[in-house]
Design a protein around this ligand. Structure first.
Ligand SMILES: [Zn+2]
Ligand SMILES: [Zn+2]
Length: 339
Protein backbone atom coordinates (compact mmCIF):
# COMPACT_ATOMS: atom_id res chain seq x y z
CA UNK A 1 0.00 0.00 0.00
CA UNK A 2 1.07 3.58 -0.53
CA UNK A 3 1.67 5.58 2.62
CA UNK A 4 3.28 8.85 3.65
CA UNK A 5 5.81 8.12 6.38
CA UNK A 6 7.37 10.27 9.06
CA UNK A 7 10.82 8.71 9.57
CA UNK A 8 12.10 11.36 11.91
CA UNK A 9 10.61 14.51 13.44
CA UNK A 10 11.30 17.86 11.75
CA UNK A 11 11.58 16.10 8.38
CA UNK A 12 9.09 16.06 5.50
CA UNK A 13 7.01 12.94 5.03
CA UNK A 14 8.33 10.31 2.63
CA UNK A 15 6.21 8.42 0.16
CA UNK A 16 6.60 4.67 0.68
CA UNK A 17 5.21 1.36 -0.48
CA UNK A 18 4.47 -0.83 2.52
CA UNK A 19 2.92 -4.24 3.03
CA UNK A 20 -0.75 -3.97 3.92
CA UNK A 21 -1.15 -4.61 7.69
CA UNK A 22 -3.13 -7.58 9.03
CA UNK A 23 -5.83 -6.99 11.64
CA UNK A 24 -5.04 -8.46 15.07
CA UNK A 25 -7.38 -9.26 17.94
CA UNK A 26 -10.29 -6.78 18.02
CA UNK A 27 -8.99 -4.84 15.04
CA UNK A 28 -10.51 -3.95 11.70
CA UNK A 29 -8.63 -3.19 8.51
CA UNK A 30 -9.95 -0.19 6.62
CA UNK A 31 -9.52 0.83 3.05
CA UNK A 32 -8.96 4.52 3.70
CA UNK A 33 -11.01 6.89 1.56
CA UNK A 34 -10.18 10.16 3.27
CA UNK A 35 -8.07 11.42 6.15
CA UNK A 36 -8.17 14.87 7.69
CA UNK A 37 -5.02 16.91 8.22
CA UNK A 38 -4.98 18.37 11.73
CA UNK A 39 -2.79 20.92 13.50
CA UNK A 40 -1.75 18.12 15.86
CA UNK A 41 -0.09 16.43 12.87
CA UNK A 42 2.12 19.52 12.58
CA UNK A 43 2.94 19.31 16.30
CA UNK A 44 3.96 15.66 15.83
CA UNK A 45 6.00 16.36 12.70
CA UNK A 46 7.71 19.39 14.23
CA UNK A 47 8.67 17.73 17.53
CA UNK A 48 6.30 19.66 19.80
CA UNK A 49 4.87 16.28 20.84
CA UNK A 50 7.77 14.12 21.82
CA UNK A 51 6.70 10.48 22.02
CA UNK A 52 5.67 9.41 18.55
CA UNK A 53 6.08 5.89 17.28
CA UNK A 54 8.74 6.13 14.54
CA UNK A 55 8.56 5.57 11.69
CA UNK A 56 4.98 6.75 11.82
CA UNK A 57 1.98 7.15 9.55
CA UNK A 58 0.26 10.39 10.66
CA UNK A 59 -3.46 11.07 10.50
CA UNK A 60 -6.28 10.70 13.05
CA UNK A 61 -9.40 11.72 11.15
CA UNK A 62 -9.82 8.55 9.12
CA UNK A 63 -12.83 7.69 6.98
CA UNK A 64 -12.74 4.24 5.40
CA UNK A 65 -14.62 1.03 4.80
CA UNK A 66 -14.05 -2.27 6.59
CA UNK A 67 -12.28 -4.77 4.32
CA UNK A 68 -11.11 -7.32 6.90
CA UNK A 69 -11.89 -8.13 10.51
CA UNK A 70 -9.58 -9.63 13.12
CA UNK A 71 -10.77 -12.13 15.71
CA UNK A 72 -13.36 -10.68 18.09
CA UNK A 73 -13.66 -7.42 16.14
CA UNK A 74 -17.27 -6.51 16.70
CA UNK A 75 -19.72 -3.75 15.90
CA UNK A 76 -18.99 -3.27 12.20
CA UNK A 77 -19.75 -5.26 9.06
CA UNK A 78 -17.49 -5.80 6.07
CA UNK A 79 -18.06 -2.93 3.64
CA UNK A 80 -19.39 -0.59 6.31
CA UNK A 81 -18.10 2.98 6.44
CA UNK A 82 -16.44 3.89 9.74
CA UNK A 83 -14.59 6.80 11.29
CA UNK A 84 -11.40 6.51 13.34
CA UNK A 85 -10.54 9.30 15.81
CA UNK A 86 -7.45 10.35 17.78
CA UNK A 87 -8.29 8.15 20.80
CA UNK A 88 -7.11 4.82 19.44
CA UNK A 89 -7.28 2.62 22.53
CA UNK A 90 -7.37 2.88 26.34
CA UNK A 91 -6.56 0.46 29.16
CA UNK A 92 -10.17 0.21 30.30
CA UNK A 93 -9.39 -0.23 33.99
CA UNK A 94 -7.33 2.69 35.38
CA UNK A 95 -9.00 5.26 37.63
CA UNK A 96 -9.70 7.55 34.69
CA UNK A 97 -11.18 4.83 32.50
CA UNK A 98 -13.28 3.54 35.40
CA UNK A 99 -14.74 7.00 36.07
CA UNK A 100 -15.88 7.93 32.57
CA UNK A 101 -12.72 9.90 31.79
CA UNK A 102 -11.04 7.59 29.33
CA UNK A 103 -9.70 10.68 27.54
CA UNK A 104 -7.24 10.98 30.46
CA UNK A 105 -6.20 7.29 30.53
CA UNK A 106 -2.54 6.96 31.52
CA UNK A 107 -2.01 4.15 29.02
CA UNK A 108 -4.05 5.56 26.13
CA UNK A 109 -2.81 5.08 22.59
CA UNK A 110 -3.40 7.66 19.91
CA UNK A 111 -4.05 7.25 16.21
CA UNK A 112 -1.38 8.82 14.04
CA UNK A 113 0.93 9.33 17.05
CA UNK A 114 1.56 6.15 19.05
CA UNK A 115 -0.35 4.03 16.50
CA UNK A 116 -0.12 4.29 12.72
CA UNK A 117 -2.80 6.55 11.26
CA UNK A 118 -4.57 7.31 8.02
CA UNK A 119 -2.09 8.97 5.64
CA UNK A 120 -2.14 5.65 3.77
CA UNK A 121 -4.30 3.49 1.55
CA UNK A 122 -5.09 1.10 4.43
CA UNK A 123 -5.21 1.49 8.20
CA UNK A 124 -5.85 -0.67 11.25
CA UNK A 125 -8.11 0.39 14.09
CA UNK A 126 -9.43 -1.09 17.31
CA UNK A 127 -13.10 -1.57 16.46
CA UNK A 128 -14.23 -0.54 19.96
CA UNK A 129 -12.99 3.01 19.37
CA UNK A 130 -14.43 3.55 15.88
CA UNK A 131 -17.59 5.44 15.03
CA UNK A 132 -20.49 5.03 12.65
CA UNK A 133 -20.58 8.16 10.47
CA UNK A 134 -23.73 10.09 9.55
CA UNK A 135 -24.85 9.51 5.95
CA UNK A 136 -25.32 13.23 5.34
CA UNK A 137 -21.59 13.68 4.77
CA UNK A 138 -19.31 12.54 1.96
CA UNK A 139 -16.05 10.87 2.96
CA UNK A 140 -14.12 14.13 2.65
CA UNK A 141 -16.77 16.12 4.50
CA UNK A 142 -16.93 13.58 7.34
CA UNK A 143 -13.17 13.48 8.02
CA UNK A 144 -12.87 16.83 9.88
CA UNK A 145 -15.76 15.88 12.16
CA UNK A 146 -13.48 13.23 13.71
CA UNK A 147 -11.06 15.60 15.43
CA UNK A 148 -11.79 19.23 14.62
CA UNK A 149 -15.47 18.54 15.29
CA UNK A 150 -15.08 16.29 18.31
CA UNK A 151 -12.45 18.35 20.10
CA UNK A 152 -14.32 21.53 19.25
CA UNK A 153 -17.46 20.01 20.71
CA UNK A 154 -15.70 19.01 23.91
CA UNK A 155 -14.24 22.54 24.18
CA UNK A 156 -17.65 24.12 23.66
CA UNK A 157 -19.13 21.86 26.34
CA UNK A 158 -16.37 23.03 28.70
CA UNK A 159 -17.59 26.59 28.12
CA UNK A 160 -20.79 25.58 29.95
CA UNK A 161 -23.89 27.58 29.17
CA UNK A 162 -21.92 30.70 28.20
CA UNK A 163 -24.05 32.91 25.99
CA UNK A 164 -21.32 35.04 24.44
CA UNK A 165 -18.44 32.85 23.30
CA UNK A 166 -15.14 34.01 21.85
CA UNK A 167 -13.16 31.76 19.53
CA UNK A 168 -9.46 32.44 19.01
CA UNK A 169 -8.10 30.85 15.81
CA UNK A 170 -10.66 30.32 13.07
CA UNK A 171 -9.51 27.07 11.48
CA UNK A 172 -11.03 23.62 11.04
CA UNK A 173 -12.35 23.20 14.60
CA UNK A 174 -13.72 26.74 14.83
CA UNK A 175 -15.56 26.57 11.51
CA UNK A 176 -17.44 23.49 12.72
CA UNK A 177 -18.09 24.51 16.28
CA UNK A 178 -19.21 28.01 15.27
CA UNK A 179 -22.17 26.37 13.54
CA UNK A 180 -23.01 24.30 16.62
CA UNK A 181 -22.74 27.36 18.88
CA UNK A 182 -25.05 29.37 16.62
CA UNK A 183 -27.53 26.48 16.48
CA UNK A 184 -27.52 26.45 20.29
CA UNK A 185 -28.41 30.13 20.25
CA UNK A 186 -25.08 31.46 21.45
CA UNK A 187 -23.48 34.69 20.26
CA UNK A 188 -20.10 34.22 18.68
CA UNK A 189 -17.03 36.47 18.53
CA UNK A 190 -14.24 35.27 16.23
CA UNK A 191 -10.61 36.31 16.64
CA UNK A 192 -8.07 35.66 13.90
CA UNK A 193 -4.42 36.48 13.26
CA UNK A 194 -4.13 40.27 12.94
CA UNK A 195 -5.08 41.35 9.43
CA UNK A 196 -6.61 38.05 8.33
CA UNK A 197 -9.55 39.65 6.53
CA UNK A 198 -10.44 36.43 4.70
CA UNK A 199 -10.60 34.48 7.97
CA UNK A 200 -12.78 37.15 9.52
CA UNK A 201 -15.14 37.17 6.53
CA UNK A 202 -15.36 33.37 6.74
CA UNK A 203 -16.30 33.62 10.43
CA UNK A 204 -19.04 36.15 9.66
CA UNK A 205 -20.39 33.86 6.91
CA UNK A 206 -20.69 31.15 9.55
CA UNK A 207 -22.71 33.39 11.83
CA UNK A 208 -20.18 35.22 14.01
CA UNK A 209 -21.74 38.38 15.42
CA UNK A 210 -18.32 40.01 15.38
CA UNK A 211 -14.95 39.09 13.89
CA UNK A 212 -11.64 40.86 14.38
CA UNK A 213 -7.95 40.65 15.15
CA UNK A 214 -6.84 38.60 18.16
CA UNK A 215 -5.38 41.79 19.64
CA UNK A 216 -8.74 43.60 19.43
CA UNK A 217 -11.41 43.96 22.10
CA UNK A 218 -14.79 42.38 21.38
CA UNK A 219 -17.85 44.66 21.41
CA UNK A 220 -18.94 43.19 24.76
CA UNK A 221 -17.43 41.11 27.53
CA UNK A 222 -17.54 37.39 26.76
CA UNK A 223 -18.88 34.66 29.02
CA UNK A 224 -16.28 32.18 27.77
CA UNK A 225 -13.45 31.96 25.27
CA UNK A 226 -12.09 28.93 23.42
CA UNK A 227 -8.50 28.99 22.21
CA UNK A 228 -7.78 26.85 19.16
CA UNK A 229 -4.68 28.87 18.23
CA UNK A 230 -1.59 27.36 19.94
CA UNK A 231 -0.45 30.76 21.23
CA UNK A 232 0.01 31.11 24.98
CA UNK A 233 -0.07 34.93 24.84
CA UNK A 234 -3.75 34.66 23.94
CA UNK A 235 -4.62 33.29 27.40
CA UNK A 236 -4.23 36.58 29.28
CA UNK A 237 -5.69 38.46 26.29
CA UNK A 238 -8.81 36.30 26.39
CA UNK A 239 -9.04 36.53 30.20
CA UNK A 240 -9.09 40.32 29.99
CA UNK A 241 -12.23 40.15 27.84
CA UNK A 242 -13.98 37.41 29.82
CA UNK A 243 -16.66 38.26 32.36
CA UNK A 244 -16.56 37.21 36.03
CA UNK A 245 -17.26 33.51 36.43
CA UNK A 246 -16.22 32.87 32.82
CA UNK A 247 -13.90 30.19 31.50
CA UNK A 248 -11.03 30.34 29.05
CA UNK A 249 -10.75 26.91 27.42
CA UNK A 250 -7.44 25.88 25.82
CA UNK A 251 -8.37 23.30 23.20
CA UNK A 252 -5.04 22.49 21.57
CA UNK A 253 -2.67 19.68 22.51
CA UNK A 254 0.31 22.02 22.49
CA UNK A 255 0.68 25.74 23.20
CA UNK A 256 3.58 28.17 23.45
CA UNK A 257 4.36 29.40 26.98
CA UNK A 258 1.71 31.50 28.68
CA UNK A 259 3.20 34.85 29.72
CA UNK A 260 2.95 36.05 33.30
CA UNK A 261 -0.24 37.96 34.03
CA UNK A 262 -1.70 39.85 37.01
CA UNK A 263 -3.99 37.92 39.34
CA UNK A 264 -6.64 40.61 38.89
CA UNK A 265 -7.62 39.25 35.47
CA UNK A 266 -8.23 35.77 36.93
CA UNK A 267 -9.93 37.08 40.07
CA UNK A 268 -13.72 37.03 40.03
CA UNK A 269 -13.97 33.26 39.71
CA UNK A 270 -12.65 33.16 36.19
CA UNK A 271 -11.08 29.84 35.17
CA UNK A 272 -8.45 28.76 32.72
CA UNK A 273 -8.64 25.10 31.73
CA UNK A 274 -7.58 22.74 28.99
CA UNK A 275 -9.43 19.94 27.35
CA UNK A 276 -7.59 16.79 26.36
CA UNK A 277 -8.43 14.16 23.75
CA UNK A 278 -11.97 12.79 23.58
CA UNK A 279 -14.13 10.07 25.03
CA UNK A 280 -16.21 7.71 22.92
CA UNK A 281 -19.24 9.35 24.48
CA UNK A 282 -18.14 12.74 23.05
CA UNK A 283 -17.87 11.16 19.63
CA UNK A 284 -21.26 9.50 19.69
CA UNK A 285 -22.96 12.64 21.01
CA UNK A 286 -21.32 14.95 18.50
CA UNK A 287 -21.82 12.72 15.45
CA UNK A 288 -25.50 12.47 16.32
CA UNK A 289 -25.80 16.22 16.82
CA UNK A 290 -23.83 17.43 13.76
CA UNK A 291 -26.42 16.57 11.08
CA UNK A 292 -29.30 17.73 13.32
CA UNK A 293 -27.58 21.09 13.79
CA UNK A 294 -27.07 21.30 10.03
CA UNK A 295 -23.29 21.42 10.41
CA UNK A 296 -21.56 21.64 7.04
CA UNK A 297 -17.83 21.18 6.72
CA UNK A 298 -15.82 23.10 4.17
CA UNK A 299 -12.87 21.07 2.96
CA UNK A 300 -9.89 21.61 0.74
CA UNK A 301 -8.76 18.24 -0.59
CA UNK A 302 -5.33 16.95 -1.61
CA UNK A 303 -4.21 13.60 -3.02
CA UNK A 304 -2.32 11.41 -0.56
CA UNK A 305 1.01 12.10 -2.29
CA UNK A 306 0.56 15.84 -1.57
CA UNK A 307 0.41 15.39 2.22
CA UNK A 308 3.50 17.58 2.69
CA UNK A 309 1.87 20.38 0.72
CA UNK A 310 -1.33 20.04 2.77
CA UNK A 311 0.69 20.33 5.99
CA UNK A 312 2.53 23.41 4.69
CA UNK A 313 -0.70 25.11 3.68
CA UNK A 314 -2.17 24.39 7.10
CA UNK A 315 0.97 25.69 8.84
CA UNK A 316 0.83 28.95 6.91
CA UNK A 317 -2.89 29.49 7.54
CA UNK A 318 -3.87 29.14 3.87
CA UNK A 319 -6.56 26.48 4.37
CA UNK A 320 -10.16 27.69 4.50
CA UNK A 321 -12.05 25.20 6.68
CA UNK A 322 -10.28 21.85 6.86
CA UNK A 323 -7.58 20.12 4.79
CA UNK A 324 -8.35 16.51 3.82
CA UNK A 325 -6.33 13.87 1.99
CA UNK A 326 -8.18 11.67 -0.50
CA UNK A 327 -6.82 8.22 -1.35
CA UNK A 328 -6.64 6.19 -4.55
CA UNK A 329 -9.45 6.89 -7.00
CA UNK A 330 -11.07 9.04 -4.30
CA UNK A 331 -8.26 11.55 -4.84
CA UNK A 332 -8.11 12.22 -8.54
CA UNK A 333 -4.98 14.32 -8.32
CA UNK A 334 -6.84 17.58 -8.71
CA UNK A 335 -7.39 19.74 -5.71
CA UNK A 336 -11.04 20.28 -5.04
CA UNK A 337 -12.89 22.62 -2.87
CA UNK A 338 -16.46 22.18 -1.86
CA UNK A 339 -19.00 21.35 0.72
ZN1 LIG B 1 -7.12 3.72 31.45
ZN1 LIG C 1 -6.64 16.47 15.52
Amino acid sequence: MKAMILDKQRRPLRQADLPCPKPGLGEILLEVHACGVCRTDLHVRDGDLQQPKLPLILGHEIVGVVVEKGANAEGFALGQRVGVPWLGRTCGHCGYCASGRENLCDAAQFTGYTLDGGYAEYALADARYCFVLPDAYTDAEAAPLLCAGLIGYRALAAAGDAKRVGIYGFGAAAHIIAQVARWQGRELYAFTKPGDAAGQAFARELGAAWAGDSSAAPPQEMDAAILFAPVGALVPQALRHTAKGGTVVCAGIHMSAIPQFPYSILWGERSVRSIANLTRHDGEAFLELAPKAGVRTEVQTFPLASANEALEQLASGRVRGAAVLLMGEHGNGRRQRGR
